[in-house]
Design a protein around this ligand. Structure first.
Ligand code: GRF
Length: 203
């Protein structure tokens, strides 16, 4: 299929969501094609995943840049060089500058391991356990300048079980992320969900 949406995945670590997206895009009728992986860390295990799937990878080390804006400009240059139209953050541990978010508005999505707006930020599963919720889950959303708070594209719920630790809950949520993220990317790449429509629904 020649007209699939050219999509990049931003990673910082393990890359299991990159694997899920790469696996989904192996199907010829999947509307997105993963054409680039970018990591801000040279030691990210996810770089091996990219190699395994034959996805070109670039390392853009944040330490080489003097500001968030210049780092984001480096990422932006790599995205434009690869003629990318959609960007999926998947365990990418850098906060984007407002400039970058505005530039990619409606074309930049992220997965977060909670049912947003509950538990944004870090130590998400610890937050969920401390709050005593009985259900947690994951969210794929459009990225906006405020952290972990853009219009929601898709969510999946996961039970919190007696005796859960942050690790056991994280593992259960991660399994759902691997199903949800490819579905959410499908919705966006096919044009069935757009920023404005997601916004309207979330109002
Ligand atoms: C996922 O749980 C994601 O929701 C969070 O970081 C983790 C990344 O995992 N933002 P991986 O690198 O995709 O395996």
């Amino acid at each position: 299929m020649g007209n699939r949406v050219r999509t990049a995945v931003l990673i910082s670590g393990r890359g299991s969501n990159l694997r899920a997206l790469a696996e989904a895009s192996r199907a010829h009728d999947y509307p997105a094609e993963i054409v680039l992986a970018i990591s801000n860390r040279a030691d990210a295990a996810g770089l091996q995943v990219a190699e395994e799937y034959g996805i070109p990878a670039q390392i853009v080390p944040h330490g080489d840049f003097e500001s968030r804006e210049t780092f984001d400009a480096g990422i932006d240059a790599a995205l434009r060089e690869a003629d990318v139209s959609l960007v999926c953050a998947a365990g990418f541990m850098r906060i984007h500058s407002e400039w970058f978010v505005k530039r990619w508005e409606g074309r930049l999505i992220n997965v977060h391991p909670s049912l947003l707006p509950a538990f944004p930020g870090i130590r998400v599963h610890r937050q969920a356990l401390d709050a005593g919720v009985k259900v947690s889950g994951c969210t794929v959303h459009f990225v906006v300048p405020e952290l972990d708070s853009g219009p929601i594209i898709a969510q999946a719920a996961v039970p919190v079980l007696p005796g859960d630790t942050p690790e056991t809950l994280a593992a259960r949520v991660l399994e759902e992320e691997h199903k949800l993220y490819p579905e959410a990317l499908r919705l966006v790449a096919s044009g069935n969900v757009r920023l404005e429509s997601a916004r309207a629904v979330s109002r």
